[in-house]
Every structure is written in C-alpha cells, then in structure tokens.
Design a protein around this ligand. Sequence first.
Ligand code: PLP
Length: 422
Amino acid sequence: KPALTKIGAQMSNLTGVRAIMKDINETLRASKGKELYNLSAGNPLILPEVEQLWRDCTADLLASSEYGEVVCRYGSSQGYAPLINTIVKDFNQRYGLNLTDRNILITAGSQTIYFYAANAFGGYTNDGDLKEIVLPLSPDYTGYGGVCLFPEALVAYKPTLDIDTAAHRFKYRPDFNQLSITENTGCVIFSRPCNPTGNVLTNDEVSKITDLAAPYNVPVLIDSAYAPPFPALNFTEMTPVFGENILHCMSLSKAGLPGERIGVAIGDEKLIQVLECFQTNVGIHSSRYGQAIASRAIESGTLANIAENVIRPFYQKKFDVLESTLEAAMPKNLPWFLHRGEGAIFGWLWLQDLPMTDWEFYQELKKVGVIVVPGSSFFPGLKEEWEHKHQCLRISLTGSDEEITIGMQRLAKVAERVYQVA
Ligand code: PLP
C-alpha cells in the first residue's frame, strides 16, 4: 500500500451512498436467478426521446465543419464559447436577466463545481481560521460528503418537520432558529429540488438563506441538478432564484448526458473566475464534444421542450405509482410518512419509531428481494445524533411500474412484521 497524506487518506475514502453501492452491487451479483426489485439506482433511465435528441445533435455536429475544432483542440477552461453564448441568450430571455459570457462557467459535471467551491471558499484561511461549508437543510445530496479536503469544515443543520399525520405525508423546512451563517461561513450549498427527499425549498425560504449570507459576502450555491428549464424534474411550481451572492448550478446529467460530464455555474463574474482557475488546475476543461451537442439542444429549444413534456411526466407518473401503492399497502396504524414529492427522481420514506436501524431494515428488505437505499447516508455534515437519521429510506423512481408496485407491497409487509414483533 502506498503511504498516504492526510488529504490522500481523506479522498480515497468512499463516502455516503457510494459505500453502500458496493454492498448493493455484491447483492446483485450474488442473486443470480433470483428475482430482485432494485429501487436503489441514482442513474437516470435512458428515455428513447432523450437518446434520440442526443443522436440528432451528434449527427448535426458530425456533419458540420465545427467537428475538428471541437474534438481535436483544447479550449478555454471557462467552456466552449458557443455553449456559453447559448446559455446567456436562453437565460436572459427566459428569466429576464442581464447575463454576459463572463457570468458562465462550464465544468466537468456539476459535482466538480461543488468540489471547487467547497475548497476555494471552505477550509482553512491563511490565518488558520476554519471557513465552514454550510448545508442549511439535512438530509441533502450525499455527494456533498466527499467534496471537502477538510471534512471538519462541512456543517449541516437539522430541519423542522411539517407532518400531516392523517395523510401520512411530511415535508422538511429549514430551521431558521438554528441555521447560522456568519463571518466563519465559507459558502452555503443545497439542492433544489432535493436529492434524496424530493423537497423544493420555497422562494421565500431561499431568499431567507441568501439574505443571511449576503452581509458576509458568502456565496450560496443552489444545486439545480433537477430544476427547470432542464431536466425540469419539478412536480410543483418553482422558479430558479438568481442574485448577487447566488451561484446557480446546473447539470446536463439528468437531461440525458451524465456520461459527458457537463455542469454549468451561473453567477457573479468574481465568483466564476475563482472557480474557473480552480478548474484549470484540476482538469483543464470539460469535454468539448458534450458541450457542442448541448449547445445545439439548448439553442433549438428541444432540450427544454423534451424536459417538460417527456422527462418530467415520466418521473411524475412513477411517483404517483409509488404513492398510490404505499397508500393501498401500508397498514394505516403504522407511523409511516412519505415526503411530499415535489421533484427529483426519488421517493423518501420516513418510518417513525422504526424498531431497528435503517441499515437493518434494508437487510430485511434484501431478504424479500427488494433493494432500496438506507437513508442514513444522506446526512453529510450532520454531526449530532438524531434518531430520524436511522428511520428513512430512499426509493428510486427509475424502476418499472411493476418493480415499484411489487417492491412497495413487499416493503409494506416487512414494515408490518417488524413493528409487530417490537
Ligand atoms: N447534485 C445532485 C443533487 C445530484 O443528484 C447529482 C447527481 O446525482 C449531482 C449533483 C452530480 O451530478 P453531475 O456531476 O453528474 O452533474
């Protein structure tokens, strides 16, 4: 084994859901012949219309004189100019903004935006002060757990819960009595819509957070990997929020291009420049082939159109299947609560007073051929103990209707049994 530095040891750890994926993959491999209902995937499905769109854009690129310029040359770290200009035009028109090309950075996937920001704004200053990376509402995206070279910098806050007992539904809210953003804060990050919960923070909640950060010039990264205009995986009305200290971060991954690694950060020129230099040092730039086809899909309006008319309804229907199956199958007297399905590609189920941990419940589900993801991996940065952390499950909406239905019927039976035994 090579000798590792502190950072080397930190970065060679698998964090959050990646660690569990290993167990899931081994289960899948060992299950030869046995029918499994796998509702663990975070990978979006390949929808035929979406694949066709990217094929068409590729054909167009191949036939154009631009091809050699795109794939046979290095480019600027800020991104491929035609894509940047297309986004400027699209967003100015769509949202009435005054963006210029200096407000845009294209990155190798949006995960890298969070990595650059977490380490450019969070961690130790020259004076040795620790600048925190604040996650204002936990649970949130598991990938934030791995982005800090100094994990002690990551600080997440417990939410408050709006519970509708009769309807078996709940929703997380940021707890503004606890949330603290000060001169010790380096940046703030949250996903909207949220992976894993499907929560969409209201515009009012977003403004409250950005107002808390503004006096300290703290950048607020709004992870819009599931937001409109693409992939438009919001099932409730929502409008993106822009502002001086906001970095609006997008991803092409849930719109069919996860393999091409394209993220987009939109924000103040001074913030964009910091991240751009970071990117030059880390990996020079994102794939230009991916950027060139993305530019075509956005410019023609097809991507936004397919997002709204194909991608969103597809997953919204899956959520309906999940919801109606749980309603029919779950014992009425059990304290089960499904998070309001406001977006993204997951259902988030809270089993209050569950008489075992989420990990043990996950093992019980495996025994009946159902795989979901135990919820405790989605609380990166939350240092205090909280029993709720061990009472939740993430259920992927990428399963077929049949997989979701049978998976949830079996889950209901297991839940009934484990609560009864206790
Ligand atoms: N943010 C959220 C909320 C996600 O769910 C994901 C991927 O699942 C990412 C960021 C990272 O996406 P990418 O790096 O592919 O843009």
